[in-house]
Design a binder for this molecule. Structure first.
Ligand SMILES: NC(=O)c1ccc[n+]([C@@H]2O[C@H](COP(=O)([O-])OP(=O)(O)OC[C@H]3O[C@@H](n4cnc5c(N)ncnc54)[C@H](OP(=O)(O)O)[C@@H]3O)[C@@H](O)[C@H]2O)c1
Length: 315
């Protein structure tokens, strides 16, 4: 099969095609023919050699595709069934992959079978931050920084679906987008005084924050009242600020088929949607990486692996 590989750390130009062995599913794993893969900042961090990644490797943390063959009695998936999920940190820019059965889920009817690849990592990270870390419920105020990006646009919608009153930050060109997604208030994070605006909107500061971009960490601390809880899937540039008066919870989104299934009714009734800013055929993976590295994607970028799907969708 064909896969995109990274053999040495570097810029987008190090992404290259190789013919590799077909993966063999182990017990409890499912073999998937990949239709599309999500593209996110993580793929570019690994391509540059961060986080101790072992080379060579195939980038791509989430996928949509179809099940190949009999998955055995222990899993509920059928040959040819459309599924999506995350096998872990990498491996999705490939024609085939294997994934533990509990880390994938059927693609909901309300979700496009190709765009579904843009959901798993960011959708799960948003859901888990808002529920498991912050315990968001009806009537809570929550600040979501960088609400228009891949992670942020799921966080805004899911917080709203959990009944929260959402204050989000974004560049001005994304303010209408975030209001459409359900944010009650949107603050311009290109202004130095954005944390003061959040404090004014909340009568002295928010007490729950979902961080969705590295440059918003220090501003989030300024926007938060004493004792606030802050969920952050991004590292701080140094120590997290004001740790004596704020509770920072650094976490990583976890693969979870059951959490994907939890989101399915929202996709089916149209209350949750993925916004795909741009689709690239996978021969243009380097261009997709250059685009994500600009840091201002609205929603998600998608890599289409399947040639027929690419042709019919005009990429
Ligand atoms: N640990 C995990 O499990 C996990 C999972 C998912 C994501 N993440 C991390 O979360 C971060 C965001 O991921 P993503 O996929 O959402 O990225 P993305 O789609 O590239 O979005 C980046 C966001 O950052 C905002 N931004 C860019 N420069 C900014 C600045 N100077 N000040 C304030 N905001 C700025 C942009 O907002 P505007 O365009 O509106 O300015 C945009 O919304 C990445 O670091 C990623 O690695 C971690």
């Amino acid at each position: 099969m064909q896969a995109i590989m990274v053999s040495e750390p570097g810029g987008p130009e190090v992404l290259h095609f190789e013919t590799t062995e077909m993966p063999e599913p182990r017990p409890g794993e499912v073999l998937v023919r990949v239709i599309s893969a999500g593209v996110g900042p993580w793929d570019t961090y690994l391509r540059r050699g961060s986080f101790g990644v072992q080379m060579p490797f195939t980038p791509g943390g989430d996928f949509a595709g179809t099940v190949v063959g009999d998955t055995g009695a222990e899993s509920a998936f059928e040959d040819g069934e459309p599924v999506y999920g995350t096998p872990g940190l990498s491996g999705c820019y490939a024609q085939y992959l294997t994934c533990p059965a509990e880390q994938l889920a059927p693609i909901p009817a309300g979700l496009d079978g190709t765009d579904a690849a843009a959901v798993p990592i960011d959708g799960l990270t948003a859901l888990q931050g808002l529920t498991d870390v912050l315990g968001i419920g009806a009537g809570d105020d929550v600040l979501i920084t960088a609400g228009a990006g891949g992670l942020g646009h799921f966080a805004v919608q899911i917080a709203r679906l959990l009944g929260a009153n959402v204050i989000a930050t974004a560049s001005p060109r994304n303010h209408d987008f975030l209001h459409e997604l359900g944010a009650a208030e949107v603050v311009d994070h290109t202004r130095d005084d954005w944390p003061d605006q959040v404090r004014a909107l909340t009568g002295g500061g928010v007490d729950r924050v979902q961080i969705c971009a590295v440059p918003t960490v220090s501003g989030a601390a300024r926007a938060a009242r004493d004792g606030a809880l802050i969920a952050t899937p991004v590292p701080a540039d140094g120590d997290y600020p004001d740790a004596e008066r704020l509770t920072w919870r650094h976490y990583f989104g976890q693969p979870s088929g059951s959490n994907l299934i939890r989101m399915a009714p929202w996709f089916d009734d149209g209350s949750l949607a993925v916004h795909v800013a741009r689709r690239f055929f996978w021969t243009d993976a380097a261009a997709a990486h250059r685009e994500v590295e600009k840091g201002h994607t609205r929603g998600k970028l998608l890599l289409i692996v399947d040639e027929d799907v690419a042709a019919s969708s005009g990429v």
